[in-house]
Write a protein that binds this ligand. Sequence first.
Ligand SMILES: Nc1nc2c(ncn2[C@@H]2O[C@H](COP(=O)(O)OP(=O)(O)OP(=O)(O)O)[C@@H](O)[C@H]2O)c(=O)[nH]1
Length: 357
Amino acid sequence: MTSKSTPSAAHGKIPATVITGFLGAGKTTIIRNILENAQGRRIALIINEFGDLGVDGDVLKGCGAEACSEDDIIELTNGCICCTVADDFIPTMTKLLEREGRPDHIVIETSGLALPQPLIAAFNWPDIRTQVTVDGVITVVDSAAVAAGRFADDHDKVDALRVEDDKLDHESPIEELFEDQLTAADLIVLNKTDLLDSTGLAFVRREVESRTSRKPTMIEAKNGEVSAAILLGLGVGTENDIANRKSHHEMEHENGEEHDHDEFDSFVVELGAITDPAAFIGRLKDIITTYDILRLKGFADVPGKPMRLLIQGVGSRIDQYFDRAWGSSETRGTRLVVIGLHDMDEQAVRGAIAAAV
Ligand SMILES: Nc1nc2c(ncn2[C@@H]2O[C@H](COP(=O)(O)OP(=O)(O)OP(=O)(O)O)[C@@H](O)[C@H]2O)c(=O)[nH]1
C-alpha cells in the first residue's frame, strides 16, 4: 500500500499522517525510520514539541535523509499544537501548500502532551480540506511505560492535585491524555517491545484495548522500526470521522471551554561542561525518580569531545549518544528540558541537577 494508490491521492489531495503518543513513546524515532525508508516520496515534516528546546527537530534535521531536506522540516514552537491550531498550524499549512514543489506526503508529529482531536478537526478548514486529507492518525505507545503502570490512575496524586487546584475536574491528566491519544488512532504502534517479554506485551495489549472503545489495528515495534509502506498510505480520511473520536475534554466541555496544559510544566536547565557524563547521568536517573519527572532531554558539553552528547530520559530510563559535532558558530554548553506535572518543584529540580554536575 503506498500513498500513490490511495483514494485521497487519486483525488489530488496530499495525504497527511499525524503521529501522536505520550512523551518519549518513540514518535521521533519512528519518523526517522519513515524518512530513511520513504520509497521516493518527498516528505514535509511539521514538528511540535512541549518545552523550549527543539530537540526533535534537531535530531530529524541531523538524520540527513534524502526524503526530507532541512527546508522541509517545520518546527511549531509556540505551545502544544492542539491549543495553537488556529494561530500556528493553519497558517503553516497554508504556507506549505503555497510553496512550489509541493510534498508527496506531510507528516505531523504532535507534542507528547497534545490532544490530536483539535488538530484533526483543523483539516476541515475550507482552505485545507480541498487540498489535504488525513491519511491516518498513528498513536505510538511506550509499551514499557504501560507495563510499569505509568498511565494507570494514581489516585493519591490526582486527589492532591485537585485539592491544590479546584479547576481540575479531570481524572489523572496523564491517563486522560493517554486515552485521548488512543481514541484518535487509526493505527496503534506498541513500541519498545524490546523492553518486555511476551507476558508483559500481552498485558500491554489488553490494557491498551481497555482504554479505548474504538478498535484500531495494533502492531508491535522496537526502535520504531515499522515499514513506511505500513505507516503511510492508510487512506482513512480521518477528518471525516472526528465525531467518533471525541476527547475527554470535548465530552466534558461541549460548551466550548478552552483546553489548556496547566496540568504540565516544563523548563530548561543550562549548565556548563560535564566532565564525568556517566556519573552525571547516574545522578539524573535518581533525580528523575525523586521528582517524578516525565521527560528530560537535551545535550551536554563533554570537554575534549568534538561532538555533543544527546541525553534522552523517559521515566527512569536514559539513553545517551554523541549525535553530532558542535557547529563552529555554536556556543558549547549543556541544555536540558525538563517536563513534569505542574506540581513539580522547579527550584528543587534545578538545584538537584546543578549539584549533579
Ligand atoms: N529501548 C527502546 N528505546 C526506544 C525505542 N524507541 C525509542 N526509544 C528511545 O526512547 C527515547 C525517546 O524516543 P523519541 O523518539 O524521542 O520519543 P518521542 O515520542 O519523540 O518523545 P517526545 O517528542 O519528547 O514526546 C529515545 O531515547 C529513543 O532512543 C524502542 O523501541 N526501544
